[in-house]
Design a protein around this ligand. Structure first.
Ligand code: G16
Ligand code: MG
Length: 220
């Protein structure tokens, strides 16, 4: 029986992964190469500068540190433009319902995201108050698969790692959860997230977790 839930943001609560990838694609195009559809998985959950290095590596492009910062800023500007138009309707199916259900049952929740844009997104979606603790890329600099972001979430909630369940859509995030000593629920494609303890297609299917022995105990 778990005592806390930690949520990744991009790809779990909201479908911003598509905007991240569109911005990386545009950057690659500008540098003269094309990203393939399957490259997206490599970038999910990975911090901004690490993701940039991966993209440049895919294109075989080498740049100075200064140019790397400029490219990352340019990518981010396009991404921020896209997420500035998010509305509460852009939450993924079941996300709002699950957050509300956990809140009503007194189960503490945290955000564990690599993104430095998390506060903007939470405000656009209007769900900041449904998360007890917010750990994002501005709080923790080590990127997933480093477990730091999830450890910080558990610590701030005052819940032991083994009592936390992490919801993640990224391979790097599932690995981070396991390295933190937590249960990892993969959200998305079971063939991609095979390392997770359980995989559900989306948070709308969170009710089926009980069949896999994952339940939450709150203190209402
Ligand atoms: C997210 C995305 C990654 C992105 C990272 C950094 O992590 O999945 O693709 O590179 O944040 O985002 P930003 O450039 O906005 O700081 P998560 O952990 O929310 O999935
Ligand atoms: Mg994610």
């Amino acid at each position: 029986i778990a005592r806390a839930a930690i949520f990744d943001l991009d790809g779990v609560l909201v479908d911003t992964a598509v905007h991240h990838f569109a911005a990386w694609r545009a950057m690659a195009q500008g540098l003269g190469f094309t990203l393939a559809d399957e490259d997206e998985e490599l970038l999910k959950g990975v911090g901004r500068m690490d993701a940039l290095r991966i993209v440049l590596g895919l294109g075989g492009v080498e740049v100075s540190d200064e140019e790397a910062l400029r490219l990352a800023a340019e990518k981010n500007a396009q991404y921020v433009k896209a997420i500035s138009m998010l509305t509460p309707d852009d939450m993924l199916p079941g996300a709002l319902e699950l957050l509300r259900d956990l809140r009503s049952r007194g189960v503490p929740t945290a955000l564990g995201s690599a993104s430095r844009n998390a506060p903007l997104i939470l405000d656009r979606l209007g769900i900041r108050d449904l998360l007890d603790v917010i750990i994002d890329g501005s709080v923790v600099s080590q990127a997933k698969p480093d477990p730091a972001v999830f450890r910080a979430g558990a610590e701030a909630l005052g819940v032991a790692a083994e009592d936390c369940v992490v919801f993640e859509d990224a391979i790097a995030g599932v690995e981070a959860a396991h390295r933190a000593g937590m249960t990892a629920v993969g959200v998305g494609d079971a063939t991609v997230l095979g390392e997770a303890d359980v995989v559900i297609p989306g948070l709308h299917a969170a009710g089926s977790l009980a069949d896999h022995g994952i339940t939450f105990e709150g203190s209402p």
